[in-house]
Design a protein around this ligand. Structure first.
Ligand code: ADP
Length: 628
């Protein structure tokens, strides 16, 4: 060193870092042992990176040094240290990586959590790695000494008391790797006990791919579980392995072990988590499969191995066919990866088919968690579209809310003369069942699928056809249904006159007014013309685009309904007499028509302002109560 007195440089954390520290320390206190998991997992990552670098780079410091993790505790001094012979850190790494937060999503998430005054449960902690800073829960000062893996690298010491500053100084050169050490606060002195550390590590670190020593005692058996034969793996091992790679608290819902040999060779151990992570539908959740090449981890979060709609799958894939020094860019465009992806997809869908057939309650659990995601495959995975369609389950008019049906079962129940598969969108079963468009189908016992999942509007219409029968929204005007013959309906002439009156009053509010052949109990209903969109689709569009305007609908009127017949009578009377009652009658006719129309809008959740509607309703109530 040129200078005899080594310089210590002081740095300040970024503002958001301080916030994060504060939140972590105050929300993790129920799980102080988390710090150990974070430290071991960082060491394991560092060793993986080193192992990878060693394959391609000859300029490695201490190339022969054994890859291992050594933890030392001393209960007298209350001290803890963890050392690894991994990749180490340069001075820049210490500044860039230790002083900042990896994912902005994590900070957002923690902030919200703090606002809502919830505490972190163990499962959530698992979903969001809280990182190195969790160590400040159990200590007041951390020291890191680290040497990067290039031959000429120097050794640096980083120190911080977790307030708003940290310092870095260059120190006497040490072997490659990182040592992190600190003195435990009194409240956490149990972590200076060997048995306590062993206990925690059993839970979190049994599958670390490198030897782990605690006070010179080797505590884990290193084995790549996916290389074992199926018969040799115990259920418990699978569950433990799953928890190790995901940090999940629960056992997985199911797993799939593959050993593919032939043109393509790979082994895989895949899991479906019991419950979907809370952030699965947002982008901040970025865990995926781990890609190994001959037992060496080459990519931690390999999105190229699964289609997006199966992104809930966790696990490992290990192939000998990839060159080990493969870069991320190569894996992204490699035909081998595309083939593995296609095999994995087929096998996973096969597993789901098997559950759907033979383990209905498991499948239901799966579907409740991941069904919405699976549906995205209909639009994106053309080669598996048919398989995905078979896996869909729906609520339907002929079954109770709990009893979901497949399209296959629906078709089996279809009467011979029924040509189309009927569905209706809605926010809930209850709202759908109030829809007048359902009346005809209810009367004739025709089954209608209830589409209540918000993503249905983007996927189900794109099925187009199943078993040569087209899927049809019963909101559409052009249904091929047999007309009911109502003996008590209005005469044609009267009906025509009344329809003209409706058209005059509603004018350009509607596309058309027609006589209905589907209504039974309701006087009117709105249906979609040839060009229009389902009302649920329109609602979605409005949410996405404030300027989106709804298309005009067709109003169908039920000419055998008492209200409609009364209106026809009023119309007839007012055209016969030219007295002052005419005006009153015309006014009543007009108001009733508007009220019926707005009532239909209200049912669809599309009535903008209820002011006029309520005003008219009160007038009608006044009239009808006056007679009593
Ligand atoms: P994460 O592990 O989620 O990235 P951490 O806060 O735990 O977040 O760690 C931040 C970064 O610090 C790591 O990504 C890594 O680059 C570096 N780091 C932490 N521990 C070690 C270590 N033992 N050896 C080498 N680098 C490390």
């Amino acid at each position: 060193m040129e200078n005899d007195t080594p310089t210590i440089q002081e740095f300040e954390y970024k503002a958001e870092m301080k916030q994060l520290l504060h939140i972590i320390i105050h929300s993790l206190y129920t799980h102080p042992e988390i710090f150990l998991r974070e430290l071991v997992s960082n060491s394991s990552d560092a060793l993986n990176k080193l192992r990878f670098k060693r394959l391609t780079d000859s300029n490695i410091k201490d190339p022969e040094a054994e890859l291992k993790i050594i933890i030392n505790v001393n209960d007298k001094d209350q001290t803890f240290s963890i050392m690894d012979s991994g990749i180490g850190m340069t001075k820049e790494d210490l500044i860039d990586r230790i002083g900042t937060i990896a994912s902005s999503g994590t900070l957002e998430f923690l902030k919200k959590l703090k606002e809502s005054k919830q505490s972190l449960d163990a499962n959530l902690i698992g979903q969001f790695g809280v990182g190195f800073y969790s160590v400040f829960m159990v200590t007041d000062e951390i020291t890191i000494e680290t040497t990067y893996a290039d031959k000429e690298s120097k050794t640096f010491r980083w120190k911080s008391q977790g307030d708003d500053k940290y310092s870095i100084e260059e120190i006497e050169s040490k072997p490659r790797g990182t040592t992190i050490s600190f003195k435990l606060k009194d409240d956490f002195k149990q972590f200076a006990q060997v048995y306590e550390i062993k206990n925690v590590l059993k839970k979190y670190s049994n599958f670390v791919d490198f030897p782990v020593f605690v006070n010179n005692e080797r505590i884990n058996i290193v084995s790549a579980l996916w290389h074992k034969k199926k018969e040799e793996i115990k259920e418990e091992e699978l569950n433990d392995f799953y928890k190790f790679i995901t940090n999940d608290d629960e056992n997985p819902l199911g797993h799939l072990q593959l050993n593919i040999e032939g043109n393509i060779n790979f082994k895989a151990l895949l899991f479906i988590p019991q419950t979907a992570p809370r952030a699965l539908f947002q982008d901040i959740f970025d865990k995926s499969l781990q890609l190994y090449s001959s037992k060496i981890l080459i990519q931690d979060n390999c999105k190229e191995l699964l289609p997006d709609y199966l992104r809930f799958i966790r696990g490992v894939v290990d192939t000998e066919d990839l060159p080990i020094n493969v870069s991320r860019e190569v894996t992204q465009s490699s035909p081998l990866m595309a083939k593995i992806k296609s095999i994995l997809t087929g096998k996973i869908l096969g597993l789901l088919e098997d559950w759907a057939e033979n383990d209905k309650s498991k499948y239901e659990k799966f579907y409740n968690n991941y069904g919405s995601l699976l549906k995205a495959g209909i639009n994106t995975d053309f080669s598996n579209k048919d398989k995905i369609i078979e896996l869909l389950r729906f609520e339907t008019s002929l079954k109770s809310k709990e009893e979901l049906t497949s399209l296959k079962d629906y078709v089996k129940r279809m009467p011979e003369e029924q040509k189309e598969i009927y569905y209706l969108f809605g926010d809930s079963r209850e709202l759908i069942e109030m829809n007048p468009n359902l009346e005809y189908f209810r009367k004739h016992n025709l089954e209608v699928l209830y589409l209540t999942d918000p993503v249905d509007v983007f996927s189900i219409p794109y099925i187009f056809e199943y078993d040569k029968k087209s899927l049809k929204s019963i909101e559409k005007s052009d249904l091929e249904i047999k007309k009911d013959i109502h003996e008590e309906k209005l005469a044609d002439e009267q009906s025509k006159n009344l329809i003209d009156e409706f058209k005059k009053v509603l004018a350009d509010r509607v596309e058309d007014v027609i006589e209905s052949s589907r209504l039974v109990d309701s006087p009117v209903t709105l249906v979609i013309g040839k060009q229009g969109l389902d009302s649920q689709v329109e609602k979605m569009m409005q949410m996405l685009d404030k300027n989106f305007t709804n298309s005009k609908k067709i109003l169908e009127i039920n000419t055998s309904h008492p209200i409609i017949k009364n209106l026809a009578d009023i119309k007839l009377k007012s055209s016969l007499s030219a007295t002052t009652t005419e005006n009153n009658n015309d006014e009543l006719l007009k108001r009733t028509i508007l009220q019926l129309y707005e009532g239909a809008l209200l049912l669809e959740g599309k009535l903008g302002s209820p002011t006029e509607f309520i005003k008219r309703m009160n007038e009608f109530i006044e009239i009808s109560t006056k007679k009593v």
